[in-house]
Design a binder for this molecule. Structure first.
Ligand code: SAM
Length: 247
């Protein structure tokens, strides 16, 4: 069987693609992608023109089977998403799961991911991080999700859509408390990149200080929860349950 190459693409700056990624894309028989127009445009920038297979969240299962059949016939297929690393808050995991279950080789081509880029420039010191990705869209569910994360002893990494950024920061300050440090990493590698670090209580004011800041793509990082006091038995009990659930 052929191999599936999971290829990371830029999250902003078009130059953030590896030489190996371009080489693999140029040799692929077909490229599975989230949005064919978006990927055709990226390929066009590098003078590539390849057959594309649509593989998005609404057809991922069928796409996975189609890709499996082609790989079993010996083709080389690359998988990309609209931006960054496939399978990270993006389609891809189902395809890789099916191929692994079928014994077909899958190999990653490392590259951009917004979470890791934001973390690397955050200056947050905890050795551990916990990637949450997108919170639920509904306010009440978002609050519940945040409550479950209050005591996690690791930097928390969230993705957020621009139209929800103010609501999310408000809820974070309510749930986590005003003094936790937050890093807002906006438009990474793009023209208006900003990476701002402040206490949660100041985050909303920062966003609202400039109308542009309510647009654009954000990674939100929240500093690790402070160590629990020895006698905080209730918090320790809840943390134990949460860590158990995550393992
Ligand atoms: N697969 C991608 C990755 O590896 O980072 C993530 C895709 S997810 C659908 C899109 C979200 O990632 C955005 O809503 C935003 O939270 C974050 N993101 C993507 N590009 C970004 C950028 N240039 N700057 C800041 N955040 C970004």
């Amino acid at each position: 069987a052929g191999t599936l190459y999971v290829v990371a693409t830029p999250i902003g700056n078009i130059a953030d693609i590896s030489l190996r990624a371009l080489h693999v894309l140029s040799l692929a028989d077909a490229i599975a992608c989230e949005d064919t127009r978006n990927t055709a445009q990226l390929l066009g920038r590098y003078g590539l023109n390849k057959p594309l297979i649509a593989a998005h969240q609404h057809n991922e299962r069928e796409a996975a089977e189609k890709i499996r059949t082609r790989l079993q016939a010996g083709e080389r297929i690359a998988l990309v998403s609209d931006a960054g690393t496939p399978g990270i808050s993006d389609p891809g995991a189902r395809i890789v799961d099916l191929l692994r279950q079928s014994g077909i080789p899958v190999t990653p081509l490392p590259g951009a991911s917004a979470a890791i880029s934001a973390l690397s420039a955050s200056g947050l010191l905890d050795d551990h991080f916990y990637f949450i990705g997108f919170l639920p869209a509904k306010n009440s569910q978002r609050e519940t999700a945040l409550q479950g994360l209050t005591h996690i002893p690791a930097t928390l990494i969230f993705y957020e859509a621009p139209h929800r950024i103010t609501d999310t920061l408000k809820t974070m300050a309510e749930v986590f408390g005003n003094s936790r440090t937050v890093v807002l990493a906006r438009e990474i590698s793009k023209l208006f990149e900003e990476i701002h670090r402040c206490p949660l209580q100041e985050a909303l004011t920062w966003v609202q200080a400039d109308a542009h800041r309510e647009k654009g793509e954000y990674v939100i990082l929240v500093d690790a929860a402070p160590e629990l006091a020895e006698d905080d038995t209730e918090a320790r009990r809840v943390l134990g349950i949460l860590l158990e659930a995550c393992s």
